[in-house]
Structure formats: C-alpha cells, structure tokens
Design a protein around this ligand. Structure first.
Ligand code: FAD
Length: 456
C-alpha cells in the first residue's frame, strides 16, 4: 500500500500521527510539501516565515533521508499537485493534519472531492497542531468557548494522546520527482537576527527550555530585558514541535513554572477552537463595537510612525524595533504595541495585525488576529476597555530600562528607568539624543478612546 502524507503546519517526523498512520503495516509513503502560490495571494508568505520554512523543509528532508526516504516538494495548486503525486505513486490514501483557517477548510474540502473523484481517500488527523482538538470541548450552549478560564478548566481535564516516536524507516517510491528545496539565502528582506528553523533546532530549544528555563517562567515571563520566555512559538507555528509532546514533557517537569507555561500554551488551542467555529473572526470584529477607529487624526501617518518604532514612547518603539530586527517580539511588547495602536492612536486593529503578519516568524492567523482582537476590545477580553500605559508598563516590566536601551539606540546612554520618560530629561540632553517627541499625549489618547467608546 502506498500513501501520500501532505505536510503543512506539521514539519516534523516525531509525534506525527498522519505519517504513523500512513506507515502502518509497512506501507510506502510519499512525504509531500506543496509550495502553493495561493498562500502568497492571501498575503501569508512573508520573508521571515519563508526563510524559516526553508530551514524546516531542509531539516525534514535530512531526517527523511536518514531513514531511507526523502521529501518531495512540488509547486502549484495544492489540490492539483496532491492528485498528480497520488497518481504518479499509485497511492490510494492521502493523510494530512487538520487546520482551522478559512483557507485550510476550503483546501481540505476541494482535496477531499478531487481525491474521491479519483477513487482515493483523504484522512484528516486532529491533535497534530493542537494538544486538544478544536471542538473537542464545548460549553453547554455554544459550539465554542468565548472565555478563556472555563476553557482552560475543561482543557486541563482532557486526557492527551500518547506521543509517537519518529519512524525508523520511511520507504519512498522512486518514480516521484521533486522540485529543488528552497534555501534560506534565496529569500530577501529577512530580519537580520532571525533564528534558525527546523525540527532538530526545535527539539534542541525545547530540551534546553525544559532543563533550565521553564522553572522560572511564572516569575520571569514578563521580564522584558530578561527574555525569559521559551521562544518556541515559531516551532509551534510550523509544527516542528508537537504541542502534545510539549505539554506532556512540561507536565513531566512539574511545578509552578511548568504549570504557568502549559496554561499559556492553552491560549493557542483556545484561539484555534474559536477560529474553527468562527473563521470570519480572522478579518471581522468578533464582537461588533461599531468603532470608528480614527478619531480625527491621520491614521496612516500614525500607523507608519508606529511601524517604524518612532512614536516617541520608548517601550512601544523598543518592541517595534525588536520585531523588525528579529522577526519576533516579546508577548508583553505585543500587548503594549497593540494597545497603543488601537486604543491610544485609535487605528483599526487590522492595520496592526497586517504589519505583525508581515514580520512575525510565528505569524499565525488564529493567534495573531485573535490576540489583536483581544487587545482592541473586539475579541474575547472580558475587560475590553482597559488601556495599557507605556510609561507605567515600562516601570513595571523593564524597571531599569535595559530592554529599551537594547533596542532604541538614541537612548542607549540614558541611565536607569529614566529612559521611559525622555521628555523629563534636561532640554540639551534631550535634543542631543535625536529621539522623536511623543506623537500624542497619553491623556489626549485616553480622552478620545473614552469618547469613542461612549464612556464619558
Ligand atoms: P511563551 O511565553 O514561552 O509561551 C509558550 C507558547 O504558548 C508560545 O510559544 C505560544 O505558542 C503560546 N502562547 C503564548 N502566549 C499566547 C497567546 N497570548 N496566544 C496564543 N498562544 C500563546 N503568537 C503566535 O504564535 N503567533 C502570532 O502571530 C501571535 N500574534 C500576537 C499578536 C498580539 C497582538 C499579541 C498580544 C500576542 C500574539 N501572540 C502570537 C501570542 C504571544 O505573544 C506569542 O505566542 C509569544 O510571545 C511567543 O513567545 P514564546 O514562544 O517565547 O512564548
């Protein structure tokens, strides 16, 4: 028996249920990845993710070769290519991972129909890119959870499936051709400090994190300068790590740090179950607020200053510059940068979400769009009117200013927490820095926000 395993957001060999199912009983497998131009057309193929993807595909191919196989890469429409490869290999089954975006739903439906017409079967496996499948737990009166805490409670009660070892051998039919694999160096516009991708690297990071990072997570996860989070998000996004395995191994470590870390990972599954039930929330307000999202200022000029990290608020600018340089931003930075854009500048959340998707290596439809909605107050935050103050956040999460000094070079010589309020520096010192003036007063921003939300 021969099967095609279509890899998408699951670029690994360990704990891979579709691969395991295809190999059962000694079956032969065509491990396939399709580089589909439709992904570019929906605006999802950004340089940082393409570079990371190139690392992932090369590592996957190397892992398959060690086991007697190889990765087949095709370019074109996914459905057409899968059908073509299935015909060439005379495969009667196709296995793939379930996914939650509108794009993924449509792809799956078209693929199922096309394969059926050819007399082949499609098997879609859940709990490959989530720990608990979307829709596996629901509240009494709805098809999805809209509030995190009850979701987390139910999620925690679910038994997780066993972790599967990587297969020892993978037999691939000879006759199937592959396009050359991409290289990271082929991609232009990549952030200078983008970290490497691939399952080997993901497993190395996970092991190091569980050994010497996770214990302190509960205490240190918001310490901006300490950079004390796992940085596993790109690996979870591309599926070079399995969420089931990450959760099981973290639970194995135990303690308050591991518990807080697992709780944070639950947000991934929460967002996925929400998007699976409401795919339109990727672009439309989940809760309509009838916001005008402008408030009289030039939204595009404001958004551009924000994108460039030149708002005049050091913590916001540090976070935005980290994003550009690394293709990644600390969660506390994401919260603040998003709150500043949507609630202080009063720019539509979609403008900010787009920019994040253009740069984030972990840029993910469910996590990005729904976190933006959460911050903007159109999503699932139960306190939709809270506004984060960049100065107060700086004093709390970067008390000695080290994070700002790392990213905002104009302020590199300003000592201690004073870096969060450059407008208080003596005039001569202030002008020597060349750092921009604050683009809007926080009080003015707050007034406008309250008026728009009908709170005054
Ligand atoms: P850790 O703190 O080590 O957390 C472990 C894992 O839990 C992460 O790798 C991630 O998979 C998951 N996780 C943590 N926080 C969240 C969260 N709030 N929502 C969902 N999952 C979470 N995360 C993405 O993966 N992709 C995105 O595109 C994305 N966009 C965001 C946009 C905004 C405006 C905000 C506020 C948050 C966004 N997040 C996104 C969530 C979060 O900021 C990142 O997952 C986290 O910063 C990644 O760093 P880490 O791996 O070190 O996280």
């Amino acid at each position: 028996r021969t099967s095609v395993v279509l890899f998408t957001c699951d670029l690994r060999l360990s704990d891979h249920p579709p691969l395991r199912a295809a190999l059962r009983g000694g079956g032969r497998v065509v491990p396939l990845f399709v580089r589909d131009p439709a992904v570019d057309r929906v605006g999802f193929a950004a340089p940082n993710r393409l570079a990371f993807l190139a690392d992932c595909l090369r590592d996957l191919d190397a892992g398959l070769r060690e086991r007697g196989g190889r990765l087949v890469l095709r370019e074109g429409d996914t459905v057409a290519e899968v059908c073509r490869v299935a015909t060439e290999a005379d495969a009667d089954e196709v296995h793939m991972t379930g996914d939650v975006s509108t794009f993924a739903h449509l792809r799956e439906r078209r693929l199922r129909q096309a394969l059926q017409a050819d007399g082949r079967r499609l098997y879609v496996h859940e709990t490959v890119s989530t720990a608990v499948a979307p829709g596996a737990v629901t509240p009494a009166a709805s098809d999805h959870f809209a509030v995190f805490t009850p979701y987390y409670r139910r999620w925690s009660e679910q038994g997780l499936r066993d972790v599967l070892d990587a297969p020892r051998t993978v037999g691939v039919p000879e006759q199937v051709d592959s396009a050359p694999l991409p290289e990271r160096g082929d991609v232009s516009g990549v952030s200078p400090a983008l970290r490497p991708g691939g399952e080997t690297e993901g497993r190395r990071r996970l092991a190091a994190w569980l050994r010497s990072g996770v214990d302190a997570y509960e205490i240190r996860h918001d310490d901006l300068a300490g950079d004390a989070t796992s940085r596993l998000s790109p690996h979870l996004h591309f599926g070079t790590l399995s969420p089931v395995e990450v959760v099981r191994r973290a639970r194995g470590v135990g303690g308050a740090g591991a518990e807080a870390f697992v709780r944070q990972i639950t947000w991934r599954d929460f967002n996925r179950q929400l998007l699976a039930a409401r795919p339109e929330a990727a672009t439309r307000d989940y809760r309509t607020r009838r916001d005008r999202w402008r408030g009289g200022r030039d939204a595009e000029a404001d958004a551009e200053a924000w994108r460039q990290g030149r708002t005049g608020y050091p913590l916001v600018d540090a976070a935005m510059r980290q994003l550009r340089h690394e293709g990644w931003m600390h969660n506390r930075g994401r919260l603040l940068a998003a709150s500043f854009l949507t609630k202080t500048l009063y720019v539509d959340w979609r403008v900010g979400a787009r920019h994040f998707l253009d740069l984030l290596v972990d840029g993910d439809v469910a996590n990005n769009q729904l976190n933006w909605q959460w911050v903007a107050g159109t999503g699932t935050d139960t306190r939709p009117n809270r506004v984060l103050n960049p100065v107060a956040q700086g004093k709390r999460f970067d008390p000695d200013g080290a994070y700002v000094r790392r990213w905002v070079e104009e302020l590199a010589d300003v000592e201690g927490g004073a870096v969060h309020e450059p407008w208080k520096l003596p005039a001569r010192e202030r002008s020597r820095t060349g750092y921009p003036e604050a683009m809007v007063s926080l009080a003015e921003g707050l007034e406008r926000f309250k008026r728009a939300r009908g709170q005054t």
